[in-house]
Design a protein around this ligand. Sequence first.
Ligand code: ATP
Length: 240
Amino acid sequence: ATATRKLSAIGVTAGYDRADVLKGVTVEVKPGTVTCILGANGAGKSTLIRTILGLNRVRKGEVYFGGAAIANMPTHKIAALGIATVPEGNRVLPRMTVLDNLKVGGLLMRDSRRVAARMEELFETFPRLRERRGQLAGTLSGGERSMLSIARGLMTDPELVIFDEPSLGLSPLFVSEVFGIVRRLKTAGLSILLVEQNVRQTLDVADYGYVLVQGQVVAEGDAESLKQNAELHKAYFGVH
Ligand code: ATP
C-alpha cells in the first residue's frame, strides 16, 4: 500500500533483564523513504526492531505510526496497522511449500479471497515463486528464499516494511537482488526501514540513515552525507 504514515521512535529505552540496550534512541521513517539503521554487531539494531514491533518492552519513550501511539502495543495489532517485517537472514519455513509460506504471511488476513488475490499480485512481482509454488521452501536457492521471505512479509500489503539484515549470509549476486527488491518497493510507494551491516550497498539504496553505537544514535543524515561521515568510520573501525 502507498505509505502515508510516518514511523517515529522517540527517546526509546529498552533492553533485557536489568540492562538497557537502547538508551534514548530517536529515529523516524518518513512515508515513502528508505531509512537505514547502520551499526556493528551488538549495537542494538535487532533490539530496536523488536521494540518497534512490540516484541520488547519500551521502558521509556514513545513510538508512533501516523497518529497511533504503538509503544507496547501487541505485535499483531502493530502488524494490522500496516507494519510488516522480513526476518534476519530472510528466514523461511523450510519444511513448508512456497504456497504455504505465503499463506502463513497472510494469517492475519480474515478474507480468504484477499489472501488469494494478494498471492496472485505477489506472483506477478516474483514470477519465480509461482514456478516454485509447490516446492518445499528449504530446497530453494538462497536468492529464491530471500524472495519468498520478502513476499511473505508483503502478504498483508503493508505500508512499512522492516528488514532485519536482509543481506546476511547471501552471496554478492543475491545481495544485489535483495537491494533491487528494496528499490522496487520504494518505487511502489512503500516505506522501508532497513537494518544492515552492509554499509556501502545500504547507503546506495537509502534516503536517510542513522548510525547506532552501543544503543545510541551517534550520527544521522542523508545517505549521501553519511557516506562522507567520519562517525560512521569510527563506528565500524573502532577509531576513537
Ligand atoms: P547483530 O547484528 O549481532 O544482530 P544488533 O545490533 O542487532 O547486533 P542486538 O541483537 O540488538 O544488536 O543486541 C544488542 C545487545 O543486547 C547485545 O549486547 C546483546 O548481547 C544483547 N541482547 C540481545 N538479545 C538479548 C537477549 N535476548 N537477552 C539478553 N541480552 C540480549
